[in-house]
Each structure stands twice: as C-alpha cells, then as structure tokens.
Design a binder for this molecule. Structure first.
Ligand code: F6R
Length: 608
C-alpha cells in the first residue's frame, strides 16, 4: 500500500526522489518522507498529510547528496504522525529503512530489541527492521539485511541504506513488489514500474526471497542465503504519456477517456474473424489441460471481482462450463472444494493484491490449474500463473479502477470464446461474438462523446446521499461496480443490487430521496427490469435508466435516460460501465471530492 523510491548515482538524489514520490503517492498518501546522504551528512525530512506538505518543508532547504530513499505511507501500524512516517532509522542514525508491507512478528522482535537497549520512536512495525539491521550490522549492509530478514515474518518490499556502507541501496522483497532499473545516471528502485519509467523501460522485477545490491553502476541479486541469481531485465511497454495527466483535470477522467484504447489493446491481435475464435498466446501452453476442465472458479477482489461476476455468466453461456466467483479475502478461510478438473481464474489489475495472492497460494499448494487476467506485466500474480491473458491497459494511476475494469470484462469474453470454441460453440456463433467484440471500442467512444449530458445529469443528482444501482444477469456485476465507484470517489452510499432482489426487502429504502440507476439494455431480462422500475416509481423513487439506443418507451417511465449502443447481451456490461464511471466521476466533481486519491484508500492493496 505504501510507495517506495530510491536512487544512487551521479545526479542529485532529492529531485529524483520527489519526482518518484509524486508518482508513488497514489499508493499511499497519509504521510511521506525522504532521507538523503551526502558523505557523513544525513538529511531526513518527514511530513504528515499529502506530498505537498513534504514539498513545502523541503522548499528552501539545501539537501545535497547522490543517494537517498523516499516513501509515501498508507498507515497500518500506528497513526498518521511524523514519527510513524518512513524512512525509519536505527539508534545511531546510521541505517535507514523504507518498507511496504507488514511485519507480523514485529512486537516480539521489538520487545527483544528493547530489552537489548534499542530505543524506538515510532509505533510502526517497520522500525523493527532498522534496529534489527543495526543489531546485525558489522560493516556490510547486505549481510546485515539478510540476517535481519531471516528473523521476520510477513510481507515486505524494503530498501535500506547505511552511512557506514554508503555506496549501495539494499532492497529485498517478500510478497510486495520491487522493481530495479540501472542506466547511465545510476540505479533506481521503486515499488511501481511507472515511477521510474522516465529513466528507463528496462526493469528487473525482484522475486520473493531475493535481495539486490543496487549501486550507481549495476545491481547484484542473491537469495537470502547469498547464492547469486541471474536475472534478465524486462522491457516495460508502458509509455510515459500514459503515466501523465496530459491536460485532464484528473487521472480518473483521463483513464475513463482511455476505455476505448484499453479495449483496443486487450483485443488487438486476438480476434480470429474467419474462424470465429480467438488467439490467446498465453493459453497455448495449457490448452490441452483446458479441454479437461469441468468447473471454473474466478477469484478476485473489489472491482475485479465485479468484472468476475460478468465473467461467470459469459463462461457458463459461451464457455459451457459451470462457474462461480470467489472473493480473494474469503477463499482460503472456507474449505474450498475443487479438484484437478477445476480451472481457477485470477483477475487483478495490479497483480499485487495480497488477498488474491493468498488465494493463488492455496490453489497452487493444491496443484490447481491457474490462469491470470492481469494488467501489470511482471507483477507477482502474473509471474506465478500457469497461464495468463494480459489486459495491456497501460498504467492506471487513479486509485479507482476504470479502464482496466472494462478490459477485464473483455478479456473474460475472450477466454469464454476460447473455451467455448474448444467445446460447444459453433463457428458462426463464435464469428458473431468476434464481430461484436470488435465493435466495442467505437461504441464506447460514442458514449464518451456524449459525456456532457451525463455530467449534466450528475450535477442534478449530486446532492443525494444514497443511490441504488440495479442490474440483472450480465449487468449485476456492473450494478456493483457503479455503486462501488460512487462510494469510492464521491463518498456517497451506493447500493448495488440484482434488480430482482429489490422487492425482497431493500425496496423499503426507496422514496423520492433515494434515486436509482437502473441498467436496462434491451436484452433477455428487459421486461423484468421494467417491472422493477415500475415498483420503484410506485414508491416515488427517481430513476436514471441506462438503456439501449432506440428505446423510446423507457423515457415514459424513467426520469432520465442515458443511451448505450446496441450489442450482444454478453457485451452490454462493457457499454453500461461507461455512463456509471462518468456519473460517479461527475458527482464526485460536483461534491468537491478528492478524486484520484480518495480518503482512506490506496491503489494496490498489498495487505491482507
Ligand atoms: C475499485 C478498485 C478496487 C480494486 C481491488 C482489486 O475501483 O480499484 O476495488 O479493484 O482492490 O485490485 P486489483 O485488481 O489490483 O487486484
């Protein structure tokens, strides 16, 4: 959840660290800090609140030095105070540590170190690392870090520097990402590839149990027992422009506007029009095993689990395989029943979500077949899968997912088609889906072209504190997604529901103060949706309908209508998502909310 950045090389470290923190701050933003070494001089500056607070503090300060670390925090252990902000030092102000993750046995280690005379100044779990490294330090930093890490349980991506061994940054990871890049200017480390993309697109992704010694000239990687590891840098295909706001007021709006490009990217080169099938290179190695599966479980969290809800219907109708959605944080706490004929599909934008990774661990321990739908190339999830489909959406900076959500839904359609063509789906039926998939980017552009009218509706409704969002069948997951976006970015209560469930209790909430966003494309459940809208109207509830173009009847019963183009029922979720993302965004703007970095949240949830 926290963001880390480090630099060692020929240039002044501070501007590079601050630049990196500006990018990393979407990972955590309740406090931040930097430490810079200039020979024997150490400057440590920390501030609570947004990164601007740290910028204000360092303004006018002279902080020379060509090695340093920076950190942006999302509090887990200990409140939001300067003492708890990273970097954390040892007793002698020799060793400085930044950390993303959780040290589970920190209290026991802290007690032991305190008994030995170490003085702690924070309430964090991280501070035990700096004192533990101090405890083992005899002049060689990597050796001390290795010994310290052998004592801790939990998850970490850490970076450590020591005044008494000053020509290196030592980094290590266990379940929390670390990327390294070395170019002519020096060595860079970060928790996110986008942070150091402006320096090089060639990056080394550290694996669990690895330690790297990064210098201004290169990097050496070992395991915790000091055995050398040979690793090749991966070329990250993201562009710098994708990681910048490029004139938009918010990253969220920019990323909503990138839905079409994101869809083009996930579909590119994968649609086989003549055969009515799809080419998914990432599945080739397991295609025979896939013929053998008779059940699917899709495992994900948050918005990715809502994309999974759409996939459940797709995989059953088009893939012909019984499918269930499992929530990552629940999966391993209930005795999940699956066997060698079950495929586990993991969906994650970041590929670093701790709950999803924990579920993957469970599946792998039981030798289950795993397939990932992941955005971040080189992420932990992506690297641990038996096979995978990248969404290729590019970097997503706003905390709330948007363009990657529709890409996940499209990727699920591709996988459904792939499995369906292996089974019962005919060539002509496959061609129909392929043709309709290829129409999506243009159709989404069309909806985005009408965003002003959605903004106008959002402005009229922005003062309501509660919204119901309903959808059925394929669009149930989209109702959940629409409600989540309202909660996340506009801080209003959104109740996402299956339309048919409303009358079983929640209808009691509806009155003229509780509007409903109803997803009602002209599909197999259209009539049922209309009945639900009538039930809402009869209680005085206002209705904003998301309906198929050409449906004039809906105007008679809805207060407002947002039209989406016609497409296959299974693909309407992609189209219906767009007005809901825009609606939540514009409500948030009208309410004056902090949009890209909503309170209490962080982009990548690397704690369980
Ligand atoms: C919603 C959102 C979160 C994520 C969830 C899973 O807008 O961003 O709910 O979808 O934390 O994250 P990933 O997909 O990275 O595993």
């Amino acid at each position: 959840m926290c963001g880390i950045i480090g630099y060692i090389g020929k240039k002044q470290a501070l501007p590079l660290l601050m630049d990196g923190l500006r990018h990393e701050s979407y990972r955590g933003y309740d406090s931040s800090g930097v430490v810079v070494f200039d020979h024997d001089n150490v400057t440590l500056v920390k501030a609570t609140g947004k990164l601007e607070k740290l910028e204000e503090k360092i303004q006018g300060m002279d902080i020379p030095g060509k090695i340093g670390l920076g950190h942006t925090r999302w509090a887990t252990h200990g409140g939001v105070t300067e003492e708890n902000a990273h970097p954390h030092a040892d007793c002698k102000q020799n060793i400085f540590v930044i950390h993303n993750g959780i040290i589970e046995n920190y209290q026991q280690i802290k007690d032991e170190l305190q008994a030995k005379g170490h003085r702690f100044i924070s309430e964090t779990d991280t501070e035990v690392l700096s004192h533990l490294v101090e405890h083992f330090f005899t002049g060689n930093l990597e050796e001390a870090v290795g010994k310290a890490l052998a004592q801790v349980r939990g998850a970490y991506g850490i970076a450590v520097i020591a005044k008494q061994d000053p020509d290196k940054i030592v980094v290590a990871r266990l379940s929390a990402p670390i990327v390294i890049s070395v170019n002519n200017d020096g060595g860079f480390i970060a928790s996110d590839p986008g942070t150091i993309l402006s320096h090089s697109n060639k990056m080394i992704f550290l694996d669990d149990g690895e330690i790297a010694i990064v210098t201004g000239e290169g990097c050496k990687i070992t395991d915790l027992k000091n055995n050398a590891k040979d690793k090749v840098a991966t070329e990250v295909e993201w562009t710098l422009q994708e990681a910048e706001k490029t004139g938009y007021a918010h990253f969220m709006l920019k990323e909503i506007m990138e839905h079409p490009a994101s869809l083009e990217n996930v579909l590119r080169g994968r649609l086989l029009m003549d055969e009515g099938g799809v080419k998914l290179g990432g599945l080739e190695s397991i295609q025979d095993k896939l013929r053998d599966i008779n059940r699917i479980q899709i495992i994900a969290c948050g918005g990715s689990a809502y994309a999974a809800q759409v996939g459940e219907y797709m995989l059953e109708e088009y893939g012909g395989i019984p499918t269930e959605v499992e929530i990552g944080s629940e999966f391993r706490y209930r005795k999940p029943v699956f066997d060698g004929h079950t495929l586990s599909i993991f969906i994650s934008q970041s590929g670093e979500t701790a709950d999803t990774l924990a579920a993957l661990k469970e599946v792998k321990e039981r030798k289950g077949l795993s397939l990932g739908i992941v955005n971040v190339v080189g992420s932990t999830l992506a690297r641990q899968m038996d096979a995978g489909v990248y969404t290729h959406s590019g970097p997503e900076i706003a905390v709330a997912s948007t363009k990657t959500f529709t890409a996940q839904v499209a990727a699920l359609a591709l996988v459904s088609l792939f499995l369906g063509r292996q089974r019962q789906l005919s060539g002509p039926a496959g061609r129909d889906v392929v043709g309709k998939l290829s129409e999506l980017p243009a159709q989404v552009r069309e909806i985005l072209g009408r965003r002003n009218s959605i903004e106008e509706i959002a402005r009229r409704y922005h003062q309501y504190p509660n919204f119901c969002v309903i959808g059925r069948k394929y669009n149930y997951g989209i109702a959940l997604e629409g409600a989540l976006k309202l909660k996340e970015v506009a801080y209003v209560h959104g109740e996402g529901m299956r339309g048919g469930e409303l009358k079983h209790g929640s209808l009691a909430l509806i009155n003229n103060e509780f509007p409903t966003l109803a997803i009602v494309p002209t599909d197999s459940v259209y009539e049922k949706n209309i009945s639900t809208i009538q039930q809402i109207r009869a209680r005085g509830g206002k209705v904003i309908a998301i309906a198929t173009e050409g449906n004039r009847e809906i105007q008679k019963i809805a207060d407002d209508v947002i039209y989406i183009p016609e497409n296959l029922e299974m693909l309407t979720p992609v189209l219906a998502t767009i007005p809901l993302h825009l609606f939540a965004y514009y409500v948030a703007v009208a309410r004056g909310c902090e949009i890209d970095k909503p309170r209490n949240l962080a982009k990548s949830v690397t704690v369980e």
